[in-house]
Design a binder for this molecule. Sequence first.
Ligand SMILES: Cc1ncc(COP(=O)(O)O)c(C=O)c1O
Length: 482
Amino acid sequence: MKTNGDALLKTTELLGNALRDFLNQSQAAEGKVLVQKESNALANELQLSHWLKHGLADTTQVQQLLQVYTDNAQHLHHPHYMGHQCAVPNLGAFIADAVNGLVNNPMAIYEMGPAAAVMEKVVINWMLSKLSWLKSDSIEETRNHKTGGGGVLTHGGSMANLTALSAARAKVVPDAWTEGTPDNLVVLCPEVAHYSVSRAISILGLGSKAAIPIKVTDKEVMDPDYLEPALKQIKAEGKQVMAVVANACATSTGLYDPLEETGLFCQQYDLWYHVDGAHGAAALISGKHQALMKGAQLADSMIWDAHKMLRTSALCAAVLFKDHLDMLNTFRQKGSYLFFEKEDVGIDAIENAIECTKSSLGTKLFWSLAIEGEQAMVDYVDSRYDITTVFFEHIQTTEDFECPYEPESNILCFKYLAPGTNDSFQLAIRNELVKHGDFYITTTIMNGVRYLRVSVQNPDTSLEHFEKMLIAIREVALDLKK
Ligand SMILES: Cc1ncc(COP(=O)(O)O)c(C=O)c1O
């Protein structure tokens, strides 16, 4: 099929019909959440090699392919989807992706997408305002008169963590950009920090051993009492702290580190404080759960994935800085402040991002927020956090399930308790459940013990769905024991 206006119109109509059915069925909890076929068989069923070679002749063939594709997709819109922390995108995200798919404005330099560039800055300012880091409404961060925070959208939280830690290195050792990373730098982070943190530390040339794990409590939350002794030890060994990282919230449990205590510690010792808010920074917009983020304002940098709790499709992550000058200096050697003071580079994101070609990420978050307005997003976050507590309370009423902690966010770990159900049995339950395809959940290890885990992302998942899942787990467990 050729790309022209007529074909676009026909395809849009076809796409609308196909995706409407996919969405309606998923939302009505009809059919499976996931059907996993063997990969060779699936590639054959999709006729991938054939289409690749011969092309799709008309919209009927597009429709055929689309049908097989959606049949074999993970159904995030199905309320039985309670798996990974991926957003269930709203209509706004769909509009953004459809527009990006055709308009394609990689706006790292302003002239490659002025409207998209402006949208990115507006959503960055919206995020900064939630941290009280927005000191001026100006969207032009690189101008002299701009004060306060800055930020840039990146292709994912891992990239955002790397960007933030690069900024920390630039601040602590400005010459590292030209001279290389000194061998005495370390980063303090909770034992359960996301792996992208230690990966960033290695990429930055510190070596993974430079990630100094701070002990966690029995809830796997960073214990701030261990920060001071760790710092003393580090100094005694002649090492220098590049950054202190806290989780908001932890990937496995959804529990928040003591952000304020950690921030005050960093303030006292003048250390770069980075908050990994990939998932849980969404609590900043909540009226009810905002207290979980108390102290994040003390950070020098924070990351926040819109593709987790702000209903954008993957990927759309923000790295935010309390002082925009720290951002401007991230990929520069010492003295770059002067460079920026002299030159007006407009609002080109390219100066501050790892990526060269950068997708119009801001359009995703902008449309996701704008499609129903900010309050709808607030309600969404509140409802998912609240329903997860309802699931926890329900588990307290059962005799055969237990939770290791009370949830703070929309992530909950729990365990099937029938006699003889050890760690590998929990894993077998999950695998069997996913194989049946009626529910999608994950598992995790907490304190060395295997748990089943849900991340309640879908706006329609209710207690009824959760109860049905517990019933399905009991059935699966019975079958496994036969
Ligand atoms: C706490 C935390 N940080 C960082 C990341 C990495 O984000 P991304 O998957 O967008 O690279 C994740 C992903 O789950 C996370 O949970």
